[in-house]
Design a protein around this ligand. Structure first.
Ligand code: NAX
Length: 328
């Protein structure tokens, strides 16, 4: 049998961690033939809670779980990591400006990038979930100069899945009938969920909807503001759906997209679609053999251009802010 794959999860004692770890242990991250070893990173105050979760993982008696180790030191937690899920982050608290938020997260993602650089496995794949995810990923990537930049990605799969669900509901179809949806830009309220290249049972999705008003006034804001709507309803932010999307992101990266479909991932731009090189922005991507490629040659109309540019502009501003702070 295969040697276990080392999966490092940060923020392991948090609410996404609680939903995520059991799905990883059950084999849903990498597939039913791949044993995993969990390496959990938490801050010292939350190590005890992480130990409690590790006890429950043990009680799950997952045949694929080869062990769980808990750390409060990033260097140890990322040592030998094949997959790293960076979930723990500093949330925005009352009175915090965007600059303060970026700086506080720099204090987390800079040392984690350095630790990945120092000790992760050759084939390391990184997914950043903790917000502001795209820019946190940029900070980690910039501080890991020996790791190929394309190994650092950020999560827009939750937005992608939300868009699929809203579209399926509108058209009365199953989410499985929807292909080639794209989230462009930042995982923030400026993100652009694009239906113009999407297909529903083989038909163009925007044409199937045939309702620009719904698209602009309902679909886009509903997807972009879904996180806030969940907080309003649940009294807590999305957790199980976020964990599910993180599973989907890594599973697709490792196992490939199906023919005739693609997914959305925030990845370092190579300049495609006019997105400045290096910025970690969401694109349509196909995956195969553990690698992704940005889908090329899509025609972008004026409406989509404006939406993509606005979200990318926000990412440029975040990059400039963290550059000023010396974090990238
Ligand atoms: P919680 O506050 O429940 O958990 C976060 C955990 O991270 C805590 O246990 C905390 O102790 C830990 N932590 C903090 N600093 C750490 C460090 N330096 N090293 C290791 N662990 C550290 O938050 P949760 O609801 O789990 O959300 C986690 C992050 O995901 C947040 O930043 C949140 O904004 C983000 N989200 C991102 C989404 C996306 O689509 N990209 C969607 C869901 C979610 O909002």
């Amino acid at each position: 049998t295969q040697a276990p794959v080392n999966v490092t999860v940060t923020g392991a004692a948090g609410q996404i961690g609680y939903a995520l770890l059991f799905r990883i242990a059950s084999g849903q991250l990498l597939g039913p033939d791949t044993p995993v070893k969990l390496r959990l990173l938490e801050i010292p105050q939350a190590v005890k809670a992480a130990e409690g979760t590790a006890m429950e993982l043990e009680d799950g008696a997952f045949p694929l779980l080869a062990g769980t180790d808990i750390f409060d030191d990033p260097k140890q937690a990322f040592s030998g990591a094949n997959v790293a899920l960076l979930v723990g982050a500093r949330p925005r608290t009352k009175g915090m400006e965007r600059g303060d938020l970026l700086e506080a997260n720099g204090g987390i993602f800079k040392p984690q990038g350095e630790a990945i650089n120092a000790g992760a496995a050759e084939d390391i794949k990184v997914l950043v979930v903790g917000n502001p995810a795209n820019t946190n990923a940029l900070i980690a990537q910039s501080n890991a100069p020996d790791v190929p930049a394309e190994r650092f990605t950020a999560m827009t799969r939750l937005d992608h899945n939300r868009a699929a669900a809203q579209l399926a509901k509108k058209l009365g179809v199953s989410v499985g009938d929807i292909k080639k949806l794209t989230i462009w830009g930042n995982h923030s309220a400026t993100q652009y969920p694009d239906l113009f290249h999407a297909e529903v049972a083989g038909k163009n999705a925007a044409e199937a909807v045939n309702d620009q008003k719904w698209l602009e006034d309902e679909f886009i804001p509903t997807v972009a503001k879904r996180g806030a709507a969940i907080i309003e309803a649940r009294g807590a932010s999305s957790a199980a759906s976020a964990a599910s999307a993180a599973i989907d992101h890594v599973y697709t990266w490792v196992n490939g997209t199906e023919a005739g479909n693609w997914t959305s991932m925030a990845v370092p731009s190579d300049g495609s679609y006019g997105v400045p090189e290096g910025i970690i922005s969401s694109f349509p991507v196909t995956t195969a053999n553990g690698k992704y490629e940005i889908v090329q040659g899509l025609e972008i109309d004026e409406f989509s251009r404006g939406k993509i540019d606005a979200s990318v502009q926000e990412l440029v501003e975040e990059r400039d802010a963290v550059r000023k702070l010396g974090l990238v």
